[in-house]
Design a protein around this ligand. Structure first.
Ligand SMILES: Nc1ncnc2c1ncn2[C@@H]1O[C@H](COP(=O)(O)OP(=O)(O)OP(=O)(O)O)[C@@H](O)[C@H]1O
Length: 206
């Protein structure tokens, strides 16, 4: 998976959030999108996810096998964890992961039970998500994205609400399961993007 931004920009009404981004994201690499609050990190992630159109310039996706992927089909190739994406709170963690796998399968050999064990959440697996703490919910959000069988992994503020053990879990999961993916992390917390080999600073594109 390769994503190429060519002179890409996004504006809301008259306000340009970023402009003139020409950048190439390649498979197997990890990228941090950094900037202060309100600088446009989430907006860029949504443009990369194809859920928002760029206002100018081009966003092009190329599959590892060669063909171009249309922006309206890129959602099949990506998994995302973001603060604005909700879990289904009426389901238990096991039910949610099973439901989710129905339309976004997990990597080969990974089952919902396996994920629960990796998260160390066996004791809470049968409890409705609405009774989870915010950190437990964030672990489930991260897991549904990291374990998805997709070449593109987008993580927006991935360690929100996580404690120290949660940060360690996050780093372990990324190292173990996301090495071959294109990983893009939007964050202003160095502890959640310290493994990223590249950094795109939104402030450079104002
Ligand atoms: N749908 C929208 N309509 C109008 N303005 C928007 C919209 N979405 C975001 N914005 C504005 O775009 C700017 C960038 O927002 P964005 O959420 O991308 O920032 P961010 O860098 O992710 O911030 P944070 O670190 O606080 O999460 C903000 O000024 C925000 O108010």
């Amino acid at each position: 998976m390769i994503i190429e931004l060519s002179d890409a920009g996004k504006r809301f009404n008259r306000d340009w959030i970023f402009r003139h981004i020409t950048y190439r994201f390649t498979a197997g690499e990890s990228y941090a999108v950094t900037g202060s609050n309100g600088s446009g990190k989430s907006t860029l992630l949504q443009v990369l996810a194809g859920s928002m159109d760029a206002s100018e310039g081009k966003v092009a996706y190329t599959a590892a096998s060669g063909p171009q992927i249309q922006p309206d089909a890129i959602f099949r190739q990506l998994a995302i964890a973001a603060p604005y994406l909700e879990l289904i709170e009426e389901l238990t963690a096991l039910e949610f992961l099973t439901f989710h796998a129905g339309f976004k399968p997990f990597m080969l050999g990974i089952t919902p039970q396996h994920i629960i064990a990796e998260l160390g959440m066996e004791a809470a697996a049968g409890k409705q998500i609405r009774f989870y703490s915010s950190g437990m919910k964030q672990r489930i959000k991260l897991a549904q994205a990291i374990f998805a069988d997709c070449p593109l992994l987008l993580l927006d503020e991935p360690c929100t609400n996580l404690d120290q053990a949660g940060y360690a879990l996050y780093h372990r999961l990324i190292e173990k399961y996301a090495g071959s993916k294109l990983v893009i992390v939007s964050s202003n917390d160095v502890n959640e993007y310290d493994f990223c080999r590249h950094q795109l600073r939104i402030a450079d594109y104002k």
